[in-house]
Design a protein around this ligand. Sequence first.
Ligand SMILES: *Cc1c(COP(=O)(O)O)cnc(C)c1O
Length: 472
Amino acid sequence: MRYVSTRGVAPELGFADAMLAGLARDGGLYVPAEAPRLSEATIKSFAGAPYETVAAAVMAPFVGDAMTPSALRASLESAYADFAHPAKAPLVQLAPNLFGLELFHGPTFAFKDFAMTWLARAMDAELARRGRRATVVGATSGDTGSAAISAFAGRDNVDVFVLFPAGRVSDVQRRQMTTAGAPNAHAIAIEGDFDACQALVKGLFNDHPFRDRHSLAGVNSINWARILAQVVYYFAAAAALGAPRRAVSFSVPTGNFGDVLAGAYARKLGLPVAELLVATNENDVLARTFATGACERRETKPTMSPSMDIQVSSNFERALFDACGRDAATLRARMDGLAQARRFDLAPGELAALKREYGAARVSEDDCRDEMASTARATGYVLDPHGAIAVRAARGLLAVEPATPAVALLTAHPAKFPDAVERAIGRRPEPPARLAELATRREDFVTLPDDLAAVRAHVARRSRAGAAASAA
Ligand SMILES: *Cc1c(COP(=O)(O)O)cnc(C)c1O
């Protein structure tokens, strides 16, 4: 399988190179050049199959010859061995035809584990094959950083550095980053906010000699390998509910648009997805774009669902690329508009194309709190704020189409957001043992000023990729 950049300038790459590159060199995102399809019989066989079996079948056409079937299977077995539920992504029923897909049984209790655990293994294996090392550097406001540290800790060929804003992540999130106890995992508290962390990471990547010397690699949600791993649970859930005989709708709590984009790829592969709903919190730039055709950035406001507090959803570029008929020049013009004027307008045909693929709904803070409370009252089930947004939006789908099962993606364990849950339902969610145990582990991190030279020196001293390069 070949991958092309949405900006149309960077060279086409195979799967392994696209995975190691993350972002394309022209600033674009890699997308598959072809559109493989799974047969109805294959999809039918997913009902009741082990998660890894579904994953191998869904992912193989996109991985192509970058991994042998047995290597792919082994990497998947290893990635999900540590999940706390044998189904990996179990369904719960919340109301007639309303289901929750629990995506929080991984090591850091958020859905990002599904992609990150596999990406870490696939990257490490590919680097070993090439006799190379890489340095993963990322900025986080919480969940991505903890998933990355957990997944890359102890890998032979990768060092991981995560920058987080000092004092601005939750205790649980910080402890998940600072207690890995692995010499290749480095948590760095920055005296600044999340934007400062992101600017520092950008500064490291823009320093090309540094970037090449230490083989910097990005694992944020624009990495295609992460999207790919997320396509799998759409198939597993839909097959359990009767696909391909029956169509299923999904409601996806959206921030950077990676998760919902994976749902669109499931549909392209042949899964009968009725509605694919982009559910946003009060940072509703996407919902407004789908309603009006004007994509307009505003100030980000903090909400109970911080992982969705995003104004520029980087993966939306991939959806827009398809909506523009894969015309890179049009796509570049839209992205320039967003960078320079903080807005762009979709052509009517582009908006129509996006609306054929996605619906959108905004859920207010009040409705999110009300959904947590009413679900707990009606069923005893405790939702986290992100999942509550998906469930509330899914109820809107069922009001129109009651005969089609609606699946809300539950992206985080409620115990990750105990204060918001307690305010909504009047009691604290029960933490899983692994989460409770975090409080007893020793923390290890450094605090650095918001200063590129200081961060660069810190990474240079500890990155083994750099050490190998200067020894050679
Ligand atoms: C990252 C995240 C989201 C948003 O997912 P995207 O792929 O960025 O749209 C939703 N919920 C939780 C808990 C997350 O960590």
